[in-house]
Design a protein around this ligand. Structure first.
Ligand code: ADP
Ligand code: MG
Length: 246
């Protein structure tokens, strides 16, 4: 089914955070595989708390089979498959192999989420070409929105569907949501700045899996409903009291 790419202009805006947390909630809607398509800064395995031996790079270079690089992660009732990556950028030149892997995964799972490298280098463009739907993550800052706009321009020239913007680390900046909508495209998700997310990185856990009751998990749930095809929209809200809530 759909292969969903999580992209961004600027680095460090939260692609890996969104990929992991969205994937965990998407398990409510079907089977999920999440792929670390960021061979420049691969760290999806870190948020899931494991050190991989076999990775996507081994599959691309033909040294391993797809199933050897898939790691089943179970947290509470949640179960999903993670394909980690490693830093061997030369291998990613094999565009066809990357696309084939995503296509095969797309046939085996209800949802495949791909954590894509930042920007518009070949390391970002190759995984993007293997996706059917693309979301752009940005932070509520002007530079982040402008970089996202550049990515949107490129997506429009590719054979993929732009599905929307995910505003991450939101602290009540309604102006930024309005600007992102105008410049980049429709808003698919608004995810707050969250201490739980930070702690999750430090302690290697995915917040939506271990704290489904947290406000930020609810926001990921709304995003997952959208990714699953429901017609739901996030609403920008005013000043947050996020410090007290989490
Ligand atoms: N919603 C959030 N709330 C708080 N901190 C966040 C949030 N999203 C991301 N971060 C912080 O930003 C850092 C970078 O996020 P990451 O997902 O690794 O970005 P990217 O994959 O785009 O480089 C994380 O280590 C985390 O500390
Ligand atoms: Mg990342």
């Amino acid at each position: 089914m759909p292969v969903v790419g999580i992209c961004s202009g600027k680095g460090g805006v939260g692609k890996t955070t969104v990929s992991a947390n969205l994937s965990a909630v998407l398990t409510n809607f079907g089977s999920v595989a999440v792929v670390d398509g960021d061979v420049v800064l691969p760290n999806l395995h870190a948020i899931f708390g494991f050190e991989p031996n076999v990775t996507l790079i081994d599959v691309i270079s033909g040294k391993a089979r797809i199933e050897d690089a898939l790691y089943r992660i179970r947290v509470g009732d949640i179960s999903l498959d993670v394909m980690p990556s490693s830093q061997t950028p030369s291998e990613v030149k094999n565009i066809q192999a990357f696309t084939n892997i995503l296509e095969e995964l797309g046939e085996a799972y209800d949802f495949v989420v791909v954590d894509v490298a930042a920007g518009l280098s070949k390391y970002a463009l190759v995984p993007m070409m293997g996706c059917e739907k693309i979301y752009i993550v940005l932070n509520p800052e002007e530079t982040s929105i402008m970089d996202a706009w550049r990515v949107r321009k490129v997506i429009d020239q590719m054979d993929v569907d732009f599905e929307g913007v995910i505003v991450n680390r939101y602290k009540g900046e309604k102006w930024a949501v309005a600007m992102a909508e105008k410049r980049v495209g429709r808003i698919a998700g608004i995810i707050r700045e969250s201490k739980a997310i930070k702690r999750g990185w430090e302690k290697s856990y995915v917040v939506t899996a271990v704290k489904p009751e947290a406000k930020v998990s609810e926001e990921f749930y709304l995003l997952a409903r959208r990714v699953a095809g429901e017609n739901v929209y996030p609403r920008p809200y005013g000043k947050l009291k996020y410090i007290l809530r989490l």
